[in-house]
Design a protein around this ligand. Structure first.
Ligand SMILES: C[S@@+](CC[C@H](N)C(=O)[O-])C[C@H]1O[C@@H](n2cnc3c(N)ncnc32)[C@H](O)[C@@H]1O
Length: 197
């Protein structure tokens, strides 16, 4: 096995472990559900969550991503609303609303390769990146623009939306969140459960 193939396998094993840990964490929070995933994509987390008995609904802006979700076993049973999750009106109440970020664009598969380059603007908290997919179908470009927020900024936005921080961890295993944490898992709850959001 080449070192490149070995590195790919390690990356794959890590991403599978991350999904298992995330699903275990979310199942516990969702109780009996239902749960709503913002930017559900192809159901990387939603499908295993649904398999664990949680009723999952989703929102996603991309018809193509949702078509891939639909093509997977169990994917046709997950209600998905197409649109921007910042705008889409959703009826009903959810025991859990969650959004997660993954490294899909960095993954390589046997019949396609993703290449990527990014520029970081630390003052504006923006990352501009260009992803190129090389496959038998040809070459496609996927420009991505992300404006990220620090945890304190997220807490402020949550407060403005009527939420408060219930817990923050440094990982899906509920590790303490410290200055050395490479990620955060933040759980928000309604500040006043008697008031509508
Ligand atoms: C990297 S995928 C992640 C999918 C899934 N959450 C996961 O962890 O596998 C990002 C997804 O977010 C969706 N997305 C990005 N911005 C969005 C927005 N503002 N509203 C709805 N969907 C969005 C994209 O269409 C894509 O399906």
């Amino acid at each position: 096995m080449t070192s490149q193939a070995l590195a790919w396998l390690v990356q794959l094993a890590r991403s599978i472990l991350r999904v298992l840990l995330a699903v275990a964490f979310l199942v516990e929070l969702a109780h009996a559900g239902p749960a709503l995933e913002l930017a559900i994509g192809t159901g990387r987390l939603a499908l295993p969550l649904a398999e664990r008995g949680v009723e999952v609904h989703g929102i996603d802006a991309s018809e193509a991503m949702v078509a891939r979700l639909r093509s997977k076993s169990g994917g046709e049973r997950i209600p998905v609303t197409i649109g921007d999750f910042a705008d889409v009106p959703i009826e009903g109440r959810y025991a859990l609303v969650y959004v997660v970020f993954n490294t899909l664009f960095a993954l390589q598969t046997h019949d396609q390769v993703w290449l990527g380059a990014a520029r970081h603007h630390p003052v504006e908290q923006r990352v501009e990146s260009q992803h190129v997919l090389l496959s038998e179908q040809g070459i496609r470009f996927y420009p991505v623009q992300i404006r990220y927020a620090y945890p304190s900024e997220l807490d402020l936005m949550a407060r403005l939306a009527g939420l408060q921080l219930r817990a923050r961890f440094g990982g899906w295993r509920r590790e303490p969140f410290t200055a050395a944490s490479a990620m955060h898992v933040s759980v928000y709850e309604r500040a006043d459960p008697t008031k509508p959001l």
